[in-house]
Design a protein around this ligand. Sequence first.
Ligand SMILES: Nc1ncnc2c1ncn2[C@@H]1O[C@H](COP(=O)(O)OP(=O)(O)OP(=O)(O)O)[C@@H](O)[C@H]1O
Ligand SMILES: [Mg+2]
Length: 566
Amino acid sequence: MKTLNVIQSKVKSIAYDTDENVLVCAPTGAGKTNIAMLCILHEIEKVINKETMTLANPDFKIVYISPMKALAAEIVEKFSSRLNVLKVVVKELTGDMQLSKAEIQETNVIVTTPEKWDVITRKSDGITQKLKLLIIDEIHLLNDSRGPVIEAIVARTLRMIERNQLPVRLLGLSATLPNPGDVAQFLRVNADKGFFFFDQTYRPIPLHQRFIGIKEDKGYNIKQYVVSSDRDDTNTKKLRSYPKKRIEDSMNEMCYDIVRKNILEDNQVMVFVHSRKETIRYATYLAERFRNTGENYALEGKKKSHLIGKFKSRDLERLAPTGIGFHNAGLLRRDRNIVEKLFMDGNLKILVTTATLAWGVNLPAHAVVIKGTDVYEPNKDIVDLSILDIQQIFGRAGRPQFDTSGDATLITRYDKVNYYLGLMTSTSQIESQFLASMKETLNAEISLGTVSSISEAKEWLKYTFFYVRLMRNPTIYKKDLGKGKDAVSRRADIEDFLQEILINAVTQLHNLRLIRHDQRTMFLNSTDLGRIASNYYIKTETMEHFCKELKITEDKQSGKFLFNIK
Ligand SMILES: Nc1ncnc2c1ncn2[C@@H]1O[C@H](COP(=O)(O)OP(=O)(O)OP(=O)(O)O)[C@@H](O)[C@H]1O
Ligand SMILES: [Mg+2]
């Protein structure tokens, strides 16, 4: 990289030249990672000896929180290749990559996940004492089920800053969202200084997005929205109806139509599906469709590659000569590399893949299609494909240097289409999901000793994104809360509501023996069980189950818990 791009140039005077907290909302591919780099360099500049170009004081920490474990290694690589000359140590700390205490000690830039950083800071604030800069990537995740983790981390950090009077700079990086002001307020960003919003027009390659909802009906119904970043219009139209079929069959057909149109225009296409088996099944389906219509000539690569005959996988060996490949985590590393290379070189026209490819490999295509949004998770029911995955996949559309635009389509169920459309085009406000895991988070704070009474808990809550949204939009969190009231009574209602949810949570934690709520002193104290739940990230429901099955009893005199194992 030689020069800053447009958005980086606009942010630079604040990011690199000041200590302001910063929130940057910008589209995928806009170059937000390098804004983090600017902030990191600003911190390093403070501790560097300009003569020797080494760290005069290496005893500082910068933490980069990325929700995708798969990206952590890439970020470490990116940062350390630039910072190694200054002897700045950059390391990954995730479930895949553990660090010993000594290693953490000598690391300057820690790249980690929200959950990992949450667990570390639940145990002690020793490490956070040295924290200078906290970077939170993909902060729009606040809206996701993992959002409460980010809220907990930020609230803990902000309170620590006030308690210890140690400045820690916060940097939030986000996709575009409709209520960035709320996120800025949550991060204590000064609105006229550190707040930057760049809309879709700042995407390096304009993106045409299409959201298609399919419903089983007489025949079946389709709702389609088209959003273009260059025209910025949304329109709905009814596509042709197919005869009555299973919804999966309709999705297969719809996806084929889009793939076919692109192939006849000589574009490459990536199709994203949600299981390994489905990658093979759908690649086979497409090969048959093209063969049956005699249009398979359009799939032929410009030049034949000798690699096409080199696969270990029988299915790839069979499909690749037709110009269609598939990719999933079950393939041998070698086969995966060949598929990637063949697609990159244009020998394969279509690639059917699972979402892992969107994260791990930088493979762009003119068009991407997501076929369906139902994802089967092991031990869970069907869950919705996450908005993060969709953003990552849509970000793969359009090849820099080759295309003037990209084409991205999401095919989903009819009743889900507005949900995805709203989130992807940032018309739905992002809300807090904090209440869903407040018990666990409160338990963690009590265990850490940073909350020791209900009134202190109430103060703590005021540092969350939940509180920001609650003040703005209370009825989302409780029906009719503060409705039709003047500002003063509305405020009082909100205070009562906070009191009520806290008493509720405290009572439940007390009954589960994770904390003790002393009725005389009103103090909240942690117990061994509470500390176990906090340190090992165990849900309160699981703790309850565990105590019941192991028949754990409490020795009233010593306060110790006794296991009753026969
Ligand atoms: N100033 C620059 N000059 C040239 N290339 C750049 C510059 N800044 C960033 N890039 C490149 O642009 C690509 C996208 O950057 P980056 O991953 O930071 O985007 P992002 O805004 O974080 O997007 P996402 O929302 O997908 O995370 C990367 O390949 C990066 O190397
Ligand atoms: Mg990014």
